[in-house]
Design a protein around this ligand. Sequence first.
Ligand code: ASN
Length: 593
Amino acid sequence: MAEQKDKGFNALGRSLSSTEPALALEIGGGCRAMVEVRVLVINTGGTIGMVPQSEGLAPEANKLAAALRKIPILHDAVYAKETDLYCRSGLRDDTLVLPLSEQNKRIIYTILELSPLLDSSNMTPAEWDDIAKHLQANYEKYDGFVILHGTDTMAYTASALSFMCENLGKTIVLTGSQVPIYELRNDGRSNLLGALLFAGQFVIPEVCLYFYNKLYRGNRVTKVDTESFNAFSSPNLPPLANAEVDITINWETVWRASTTRKFEIHTNMNSNVGLLRIFPGITAAAVKAFLQSPMEGVVLETYGSGNAPNNRPDLLDELKKATDRNVVILNCTQCLRGTVSLVYATGKTLMDAGVIPGADMTPEAALAKLSYVLSKPGLTLAEKRQMLNENLRGEMTVVPIRTQITLKDSKFIQEIARYLFISCKEELAAIRDALTPPLACVAAKNGDLEALKALQNMGGNLSCGDYDGRTPLHVACCEGNLEVVRHLLESGATVYAKDRLGATPLMNAIKFRHNDVISLLRTTGAHLSSQELLNVGTELCSLAFNGDVDGLSAWQMAGVNLKQPGYDGNTPFHVAKAAGHARVVQYLKTFAA
Ligand code: ASN
């Protein structure tokens, strides 16, 4: 697997001191411009914020933000004061700021504490709904999200949220700890710091779980240790990223929604679902009782590669009767690693009884998927069974039917490799990863769909930015090539990418007034970042002063309120009127009334 290294910062706090951002700001455009990003931290509870109470460890409300404010690696008090963090519009007083990262980003994070804070053993699907609703309500206000959660049921919540978050385009990271953050020796600080750095600096549009220096796909993990800091395992999928001395992100593994639909949440998951673990000697009566109405879906945890006894007609009869009653049964293995397959006759018997093979899904993910699919309105049972067979969020491994063109098939890369005397797979992949961003940007500039497809077929990641952080989508939005923009979005390109100066593809489309592109980006959920919106009133006034209706209409299509005043308090309407631009006045009367 090719890996792209994102050298530049270290999750353990190799960040610049608080005096350096001022320098970065002063030098500004000439040097490395600093970009501020916003992360929302939803605190649901868990050990990370627990204190000893008479009955044992339990979460304590309204304590975390104040405690974090005293930890220098989690809050830069000097920067907060210098930039008047608390008084800035839209920022809540439980807002903190990380020291400047080596990637020159300032992660400003706000803590939203749910009430009551819970030990995760007390979490239910009602709390999943609650989290999802907060994600939706705040989706456009933040660049990324961290969810603080107890470790006991974190894998269940991560799995559930991965399905509930439809067409996800931003990074969501669940984390927590084994030891409270208030204790001298704890894993909470590094877990929270790592989660914030991933959520704030990279668009990994998945529900992830960060623990002990590893970023996992949330629906692939399971808790495996109650005593080690290394509490989670992702047995069937390597981590999405490793935060060691360098951050290494396996971009090829990152799951992308690949859609032009907007983010939305699905709530009210079906609760008539359950996990049934078979064991030698399990009685048919126990199976029958478990499968009784109102049960609608069951994850059957079987032996080895999906096997159940085929010499137990009483048991198989109960399973068959249940599937005939339209109870959906999904077959998962009890083994930590591996997949359900049809190698053994004992596995085939279950298929014959109407049980659906669940590939290499964890029981947590399988349960969440069942609960999600069974609660989807307007689908027939056949459609739901079909959905369960599909890979919806990267929760299972499906072997591709079409043989992919591999790196070895690319003449272009082969030629380069020959000249560079390179032959091994890893070095070839490294060349591809280095060449993909500039080549894809050129292809996007020229509207060359075939070249983009060829790069994709080689496994090139079309979401990667060039030396300036500009992605092919940025370029296509400048050029206004709707077909290329659509292709990139449907191939998983993110609308939330920011270039070195913090500009999004939407901002590029506005600058060049490509209204059809703006409209498509908006459908996909694109919005301007808080930094881009900072001086928008003044920009609108300047367009109004110049009589530029097209410029104003591009901003309006991007969802910007045209009534915003400029630096001197005058609105674009006032400015247009004073400058005598009747067309603009008329336009603003219609769109900024
Ligand atoms: N019981 C705790 C919880 O899940 C365990 C933890 O967070 N480490 O809330």
